[in-house]
Design a protein around this ligand. Structure first.
Ligand code: 13P
Length: 251
């Protein structure tokens, strides 16, 4: 039985002071989530990772939004796995569509980053999804298939047990245009079938999230789909009331 997972992606939002306020306000919620066997977390900016870690309930998952695949070196503007580990951060979003679009994050780069994370017993949240043009051209499954196959090439079933996959159709991110639950389930089921082909029965343990204009009002419908185990939520995770609504609507 896969545990439900609710993750907020704060993107480039919140100062450290704002992140601290949210972290303190989230303490009861995190306990409520755990009493109901739900994992809950947020992905703040790098500068707020330590703040959230220090001020939230220790059970709160705190994820970085990216990481470099090298441990150290001449990579201006980057941060590495040992730097995250120093602060007890062991979850990282990989391949978010905004990074794919603006920072040339390829499937190969995602693969290299996830290889380092998995070798360090960390948890990658691997984001996949098609653009509007690809959706309209009927290429969704083709795109998602190569993102999964290239991103996870050569990993072992033992390694990918810890992996989380997030299906986020780019056309639904921040647009208020949700993928219907039928589309979301169809693609998430397809992703699980590829995982099954690549890794065997471990595929049943891998959590698959839906992301894209998820809100308190629609999250329950997504989580009632058989292959959707949780949500990766942007805008609606920023305010504590709305974040709380996301959780209470899936209890
Ligand atoms: P929105 O929930 O704001 O559409 O963002 C989704 C997302 O990109 C989460 O990673």
């Amino acid at each position: 039985m896969r545990r439900k997972l609710l993750l907020g992606n704060w993107k480039m939002n919140k100062t450290s002071a704002e992140a601290k306020e949210f972290a303190l306000a989230s303490r009861d919620l995190v306990n409520l989530a755990h009493q109901n066997n739900i994992d809950i977390g947020v992905a703040p900016t790098y500068l707020s990772l330590a703040t959230v870690k220090e001020n939230a309930d220790p059970k709160m998952i705190v994820a970085a939004q990216n990481v470099h695949f090298m441990d150290h070196g001449a990579y201006t503007g980057e941060i590495s796995v040992p730097m995250l580990q120093e602060f007890g951060i062991d979850w990282v979003l990989i391949g978010h569509s905004e990074r794919r679009a603006y920072d040339n994050e390829t499937n190969q780069k995602c693969h290299d980053k996830m290889a380092v994370l998995l070798a360090n017993n960390m948890v990658p949240v691997y984001c996949v999804g098609e653009t509007l043009a690809q959706f309209e051209a009927g290429q969704t499954k083709e795109v998602v298939s190569s993102q999964i196959r290239e991103g996870l090439a050569d990993f072992t079933p033992e390694q990918v047990k810890r992996l989380v996959v997030a299906y986020e159709p780019v056309w639904s991110i921040g647009t208020g245009k949700n993928a219907s639950t039928e589309i979301a389930q169809d693609v998430c089921g397809y992703i699980r079938s590829i995982l099954r082909e690549l890794f065997g029965e471990v595929a049943e343990e891998i959590r698959i999230l839906y992301g894209g204009s998820v809100k308190p009002e629609n999250i329950k419908a997504y989580l009632s789909c058989p292959d959707i185990d949780g949500g990766l939520v942007g805008g609606a995770s920023l305010k504590i009331d709305s974040y709380s609504g996301l959780l209470t609507n899936i209890l």
